[in-house]
Design a protein around this ligand. Structure first.
Ligand code: CP
Length: 313
């Protein structure tokens, strides 16, 4: 059987991405369905999470599946030395699909090569976060009416930020212009800039984060400087508050601008931005439910036609 794992956005065609977004739209119309009746979804979180785990678990529950799993690897036998391979093989005995977040880059791919059931990557170290990308794309499409030809500003931790890495790869189909705003210590890694060049994606790099820099943005994608990725906390202290978005900076931005953030935020968006109609990060997190319902169905072989037929019931 074809392995339907959802490990990286890079392998998905434009048609496949648009197909999943259409499925998410169906789920927004009607989130509660019995399409996964009798299925078991395992959520294995080796790193902390609020939104990703809870939205996947909500998605599974709203689709009629049951959920097993853990939120703290210290309470599992991995703390006794069980390998990731053995853990995955064991959980595959119990579940129809495994949603996994892991601190090691490549862990999801490794698990997908091991497991007899589909693996969904819920974030692997600083590498990828493809389900976040589906909800980001859905949010961009909903707010801009298109994914094509947009000016997208990525701000903050572009070195370790797995959400920006995945978003960049997915956008290759849609002729974006990217602006990377980061301090020198947290610049977009060379491998992703090379990816842009190979895929004819325009990008500009900045270190200033000012009203002028963001004046022609359609999407301002803020990110947190992630303390957990630094080995030297002095380095973290130096850059942690380098960019803070204040409401006053939005006065001359485009009317269609929307501010996204994968969340959690720490200091990088001031609270006075929350009431600005251009702030979209909480709705963005809500869109995660619909995008993740689509992902769970897709990896289990449920098609858009099945979902549309169910909408009419
Ligand atoms: N966006 C995101 O991955 O949030 P969590 O870490 O809370 O899951």
């Amino acid at each position: 059987m074809e392995n339907k794992s959802f490990v990286t956005i890079a392998k998905h065609s434009k048609d496949k991405i648009l197909y999943l977004l259409e499925m998410a739209k169906e789920f927004e119309k009607k989130p509660n369905r019995r399409l996964l009746d009798g299925k078991i979804v395992a959520t294995l979180f080796f790193e902390p999470s609020t939104r990703t785990r809870l939205s996947f678990e909500t998605a599974a529950n709203r689709l009629g599946a049951k959920v097993i799993g853990f939120t703290d690897p210290k309470v599992t036998s991995s703390s006794k030395g069980e390998t990731l391979k053995d853990t995955i093989m064991m959980v595959s005995n119990y579940a129809d699909i495994i949603v996994m977040r892991h601190y090691l880059e490549g862990a999801a791919r490794y698990a997908s090569e091991t497991a007899p059931v589909p693996i969904v990557n819920a974030g692997d170290g600083a590498n990828q976060h493809p389900s976040q990308t589906m909800l980001d794309l859905y949010s961009i499409y909903k707010t801009q009416g298109t994914l094509e030809n947009l000016n997208i500003y990525l701000v903050g931790d572009l070195k370790y930020g797995r959400t920006v890495h995945s978003l960049l790869m997915a956008m290759r189909h849609f002729n974006p212009t990217f602006h990377f705003i980061a301090p020198d210590e947290l610049r977009m890694p060379e491998e992703y800039k090379l990816y842009c060049e190979e895929n004819h994606i325009r990008y500009f790099e900045h270190t200033d984060f000012t009203e002028e820099t963001i004046a022609d943005a359609d999407i301002l994608y803020m990110t947190r400087v992630q303390r957990e990725r630094f080995t030297d906390l002095m380095e973290y202290e130096k850059v942690k508050d380098v960019y803070i978005l204040h409401n006053r900076m939005l006065e001359y931005t485009r009317p269609n601008l929307r501010i996204l953030h994968p969340l959690p935020r720490v200091n990088e968006i001031a609270y006075d931005v929350d009431d600005n109609p251009k702030a979209y990060y909480f709705q963005q997190a809500k869109n995660g439910l619909y995008a993740r319902e689509a992902i769970l169905c897709d990896v289990l072989g449920i098609t858009l036609d099945d979902v549309k037929a169910d909408t009419l019931k």
